[in-house]
Design a protein around this ligand. Structure first.
Ligand code: ZZB
Length: 258
């Protein structure tokens, strides 16, 4: 599985995270690294998700930068030449998902230049980097979770303002119009992020329709088919240092249906 790893620079940490990172970064900038299969949708990022029960590491990439992801993903990155010493990880700190929630981060290419980290129940620690960037216009999981958070901000222990960025149209498809996720969430009568079976079906349809029949509505490749724009957006992000390639070893991908 070849992902695009999006670098979301942390602009402001929660007080709890600040205390835990005190003295450990040695001048490095920190990025949450989100693994995506949909680089062409990055214009519509409204937030980022972490799992509250997941333990993340802060790993030095070099003297200047550090990346937040699961230790498992960091080991993969080490063998893919992402860090300055191949095959080795240098963990500077550990952070629980709960303290990462509320961080303000940059969202490369997004209509919203800075967004917040929010909690999601269904983040798998065994897939990607354990950090998921959120595009509620085109990802049913992201849309359902964002609506849950807005309805029950107190229960999820978030400030309502962190979930206030509205989904924005990124691509258009004949079947679902300019925002496939809300259309599919309604069609499958999905009430919350707990409806995992229906969400898996909705995701499948959103992927297929977006990839085969989608046309870009925004960005440098506006008007082009998603099939063509996808790799161009990816290449452009990588060239600008905003993302890098991240692969998941064959046979070790735990899919949602496993
Ligand atoms: C942005 C995005 C925009 C995504 C979209 C999807 C969609 P798959 O197919 O099951 O491999 N993801 C990445 N890592 C995790 C994780 N650890 N736990 C849960 N979800 C994760 O899924 C890959 C997609 O699942 C990734 O691409 C990421 O969300 C999420 F418009 O990034 B995506 C119809 C889907 N649309």
């Amino acid at each position: 599985q070849e992902y695009t790893a999006i670098k979301m620079e942390v602009v402001e940490w929660s007080d709890a995270a600040k205390a835990q990172l005190e003295g450990k970064l040695v001048g490095r900038k920190v990025y949450l690294v989100a693994a995506t299969l949909r680089p062409e949708t990055m214009y519509g990022q409204t937030n980022c998700f972490v799992g509250t029960a997941i333990k993340y590491g802060v790993f030095a990439a070099n003297d200047k930068d550090a990346y937040v992801c699961t230790p498992r993903a960091a080991r993969n990155m080490a063998f893919q030449g992402v860090f300055d010493v191949r095959g080795q990880t240098n963990q500077l700190a550990e952070l629980e998902g709960t303290v990462i929630v509320g961080a303000k981060i940059k969202a490369p290419f997004s209509h919203y230049p800075e967004v917040y980290v929010l909690p999601m129940d269904n983040v798998l620690p065994t897939k990607g980097t354990g950090v998921v960037t959120s595009v509620p216009s085109d990802s049913p999981d992201d849309y359902a979770t964002l609506m849950d958070l807005r309805k029950k901000a107190e229960y999820y222990k978030i400030d309502p303002s962190w979930a206030a960025f509205d989904p924005i149209p990124v691509l258009s498809t004949p079947a679902y119009g300019e925002m496939s996720a809300p259309v599919l969430v309604k069609k499958f009568k999905i009430a919350s992020q707990k409806d995992v079976k229906q969400l898996a079906d909705a995701k499948e349809l959103a992927y297929k329709e977006g990839f085969y029949n989608g046309t870009m509505l925004v960005g440098e490749y506006k008007g082009q088919p998603v099939q063509e724009a996808k790799n161009k957006v990816r290449a452009s992000m990588i060239e600008q240092g905003l993302a890098f390639a991240y692969a998941e070893p064959e046979g070790l991908v735990i899919s949602r249906s496993a």
